[in-house]
Design a protein around this ligand. Structure first.
Ligand code: NAP
Length: 251
């Protein structure tokens, strides 16, 4: 039987691939056989080096995704340097915390521009290419706050709820064209993004008490879901938001 999860010969673009969830997903895809375009504002040299050690082709692509200015270049450079584009993982994201009554326009715009606007236009640029070739896999990184309200993170909640919405919209438009669009909703994962929460004793305890698995997630916990959604194993899965949360939402 052919390996449904094999990504040999596929090319994946992963944004924010230098650290945390993006790095873990990039390396899981490389382990499954994919070559990588590692996109971000901090060069993903470590990720590229580790992918090359696995025998993959891997390139660093510099791009600040706080605006959509570099979006088309990211897709063009991927095609120039790696020759194809099969998988897009929209992982780069930021968070700003403040009480809703004090929340600033700057913190609203920064998060929406990076987490939602750039994600949509990267989907669009990659999608045009994927529709042309009749195949492609897009994986957006959502959040528990795609489903829940959260607290003190209004622009983040709006952005990740929006990511859920555009994932389903694009799935509807592109399903018959061979392009599957899904999202992964990580639970509470120990990365730079959650350092403040991990350090806050009261919030940390409240979070831990609610996670049925009894631990924070590790970025590596997202690898299996990403390989599944990037591979032929998920060819009839589209518009789905897959929670990888240690049971958080089931609680
Ligand atoms: P992280 O360690 O802070 O990584 C965020 C990544 O996004 C970094 O590579 C960062 O690059 C990149 N990035 C941020 N702004 C960018 C910009 N303007 N241009 C290009 N790249 C940019 O956080 P993480 O936890 O791995 O987060 C990855 C994704 O998972 C995010 O979308 C986040 O919202 C989501 N998520 C995380 C959790 C969690 O519990 N950790 C839960 C749900 C969802 P730099 O290193 O240069 O800043």
């Amino acid at each position: 039987m052919t390996n449904l999860f094999d990504l040999t010969g596929k090319v994946a673009v992963v944004t924010g691939a230098n650290t945390g969830i993006g790095q873990a997903i990039a390396l899981a895809l490389a382990q499954a056989g994919a070559d990588l375009a590692c996109v971000g504002r901090t060069p993903a040299e470590d990720t590229v080096g580790r992918a090359q050690q696995l025998g993959r082709r891997a390139e660093v692509l510099s791009a600040d995704l706080s605006t959509i200015e570099p979006v088309q270049r990211v897709i063009d450079e991927t095609l120039e340097k790696l020759g194809r584009l099969d998988i897009l993982v929209n992982n780069a994201g930021i968070i700003r915390r403040a009480d809703a009554v004090d929340f600033t326009e700057a913190d609203w715009d920064a998060v929406i521009d990076t987490n939602l606007k750039s994600v949509f236009f990267l989907c669009q640029a990659a999608g045009r290419h994927m529709i042309g070739q009749g195949a492609g896999k897009i994986i957006n990184i959502a959040s528990m706050l795609t489903f829940q309200g959260g607290i003190r993170v209004p622009s983040y909640t709006a952005s990740k709820s929006g990511v859920g919405g555009i994932t389903k919209l694009l799935a509807n438009e592109w399903a018959a064209k061979g392009v599957q669009v899904n999202a992964i909703a990580p639970g509470y994962i120990a990365t730079n993004n959650t350092t403040a929460l991990q350090a806050d004793e009261v919030r940390n305890k409240a979070i831990m008490d609610r996670i049925p698995a009894g631990r924070w997630g590790d970025p590596g916990d997202l690898g299996g879901a990403a390989v599944f959604l990037a591979s032929a194993a998920s060819d009839y899965v589209t518009g789905h938001i897959l929670a990888v949360d240690g049971g958080w939402l089931a609680r």
